[in-house]
Design a protein around this ligand. Sequence first.
Ligand SMILES: Cc1cc2nc3c(=O)[nH]c(=O)nc-3n(C[C@H](O)[C@H](O)[C@H](O)COP(=O)(O)O)c2cc1C
Length: 285
Amino acid sequence: MSKNQNLDIERKQDHIEINLPKNVEFTLKSELAILTIGLQRPPKSRNCYGAWLYAGFVNEKPDTIKTFAVRDVAPDIPLLANIGAVQLNYGVTPKECQYLVDVVKADALILHLNVLQELTQPEGNRNWENLHLRVINYLSVPVIVKEEGYGLSKQVAKKLIGAGVKVLDIAGSGGTSWSQVEAYRATNSLQNLIASSFINWGIPTLDSLKMVREVSKDIPIIASGGLKSGIDGAKAIRMGANIFGLAGQLLKAAHTSESLVSEEIQLIIEQLKITMTRYAPAHVL
Ligand SMILES: Cc1cc2nc3c(=O)[nH]c(=O)nc-3n(C[C@H](O)[C@H](O)[C@H](O)COP(=O)(O)O)c2cc1C
């Protein structure tokens, strides 16, 4: 295994070990948690796709990729492979992306944008210039671009849609703060101060959702970043999202047991159903 692959795996372990015991949330609350909505039918044009499953976060190459091949236990759920977009500027080729998609039997490839996180990591990748998005036209599956908790802006959304990205995950601010995680992870006080300066940085999820929906009425939007429940999910759908996602909320359950994850997901589904019951269109649930 190469030095870089080891670094990626160690960093992922650091992140999980930090996120589990510590409070790594933005200190400013997600607006979705505060927002109240009337129970209304979402606009007809919104398609909702039910449950999607991430194939895990694939930052690694052949030896670890296979551990993300879970298609046999998830035969009919959309599976998404995931790499950092910046890796396209650091030698990851479209062919390797296709390999990842094939091994995982993924329905789409997510490229995540985490500029600020990379900038607050001493070892982070800083060359985001002219990101090679030619992978979009090369792959056999659609490309989804996802933020990581700092939100997608209008300008970025416009560029991504123009480049042929088929789905956007806004991943706005308000939940897990990667600047907070990197502050905990820092090994000296300067590094800690740099990361801490950005703990509340980002476009709040709700604002990002509205901005991106303004750019396109049709592009499927995944809303994430600070969502804790099916009630938050229903609010996000009402505000223009097609799908919603939660990360931090499920991590602690995942650390406890598989059955707790199932229970948490069942709870989210029931909350979503109840919130939308009166008008719940069949395509939502
Ligand atoms: C431990 C952990 C690891 C994560 N790793 C990735 C990753 O590799 N790729 C990615 O796109 N997002 C990753 N995320 C980010 C989430 O998908 C999400 O965008 C972000 O945490 C905001 O959502 P939340 O507030 O529900 O946590 C990770 C989240 C957690 C908690």
